[in-house]
Design a protein around this ligand. Sequence first.
Ligand SMILES: Cc1cc2nc3c(=O)[nH]c(=O)nc-3n(C[C@H](O)[C@H](O)[C@H](O)COP(=O)(O)OP(=O)(O)OC[C@H]3O[C@@H](n4cnc5c(N)ncnc54)[C@H](O)[C@@H]3O)c2cc1C
Length: 465
Amino acid sequence: MSEFDYDLFVIGGGSGGVRAARISAGYGAKVAIAEEYRLGGTCVIRGCVPKKLLVYASRFRDDFEDAAGFGWSLSEPKFDWPTLIANKDAEITRLEGLYRQGLERAGVTILQARAELADAHTVTVQPGNRRITAKTILVATGGRPVVPQVPGAGHAITSNEAFHLDELPKSILIVGGGYIAVEFAGIFSGLGVDTTLLYRGPKILRGFDEELRDHLTEELFKRRIDVVCNAEIASIDKGWTHTKVTLKDGSTVETGKVMYATGRSPNTKGLGLEAASVKLGEKGEIIVDPYSRSSVENIYAVGDVTDRVNLTPVAIREGHAFADTVFGNKPTAVNHDLVPTAVFSTPEIGTVGLPEAVARERYPKLDVYKARFKPLKHTLSGRDERMFMKLLVDGDSGKVVGCHILGDDAAEIVQMAAIAMRLGATKADFDATMALHPSAAEELVTMREKWVPPAAVPAARAQKK
Ligand SMILES: Cc1cc2nc3c(=O)[nH]c(=O)nc-3n(C[C@H](O)[C@H](O)[C@H](O)COP(=O)(O)OP(=O)(O)OC[C@H]3O[C@@H](n4cnc5c(N)ncnc54)[C@H](O)[C@@H]3O)c2cc1C
């Protein structure tokens, strides 16, 4: 008999933890998982899934407006927030049930509990103060929203609460320039809320390709989302009807609600990691090796708590690789290159590979292909919206090293482009691929002319134009 209660104890029943628990149990390990809130974690309960449902809801406004150009006439559409939230909640509960079923079928013991490390092989679970031992411990506790220390910040919400508002405010001030801030700006604006996006940096979506950032900002303005950069909140005062926000430059804004989407930090506080001597990084993230092993031999960590690439498919892949490595006798390191990602703004962004600025540093000979055009649909809808596509190609090998798209279905298109890029596709491979017509995606295989920076345009050519 083993000297431990379990072979594996997983702390956190989110994307990474659930996958790791299920696959490890499949390899014959005796597994327990503790989840303090709801199985499914951030992605299912208050992240990707509910967010995408709200994004869908917010885009019907465009559909109703666009339909007129195609001959449809509609009576005034009405929107009911409580119906949307109730339907969204029912779907989340269904998904949570599927997660539970999957774990139960695999023979995993599920504890509705908070778990903390007492030492390298022992966890304490609450309620009950039970001590449980395990040969291997996996920390998959995810992250939590960070709210700056500003007087009155307690009056603001984060994405966690945004999914459960009793009613829609008339106006909202969203603070932050990352993808969650931008996505919620699109959601609230699409649902009819007067929306301001306030960001302390010079431009939203730091880390994304510059042109995506510029073109999206332009599209957000067209949608009457007020994007205010280089601005920070000094204090928040809650009145009877409105919230008064004072900015650091002394100006004030009145709004119905303030939402902070100012980043997330790894959930490592109060976990007892110090008791087990697990090393943490500057942001409190668990430092791990390519096999997700921490500084302590039998303690591993996957997902957002390690702050590598904070996305659901990455957490799942890391959880799976952990199980293969530790219980499946197949040491597997996760490759974090070429992770496709989306910003579900409206219009949306899909991107994979390097932004142009980074690609230029890495590849001395970089060829850029780009197109900006009015999508066919908007020739009749009349919507003033442009799609943008950009391919970055290493001029020496011909390999496509970056693919950036802004516009309808960008996420769907980029998922497919990521397969080609993973296989090492060159620009010549893209060009040899038959176009699918009429589609927006065909632009990716029909861009023939390298982009030439304006300064490099020969004078004669410039004059002819
Ligand atoms: C608003 C929002 C939108 C997002 N949209 C996307 C998207 O579109 N696409 C995408 O890929 N990613 C998206 N993400 C990111 C994605 O949700 C995370 O990358 C993913 O959930 C990370 O999985 P995880 O397993 O590391 O952690 P989580 O899913 O956060 O799971 C951690 C779990 O651990 C539990 N827990 C924490 N501490 C303890 C403890 N001591 N004891 C027991 N349980 C504990 C928590 O309750 C939680 O359920 C979004 C995130 C947010 C917040």
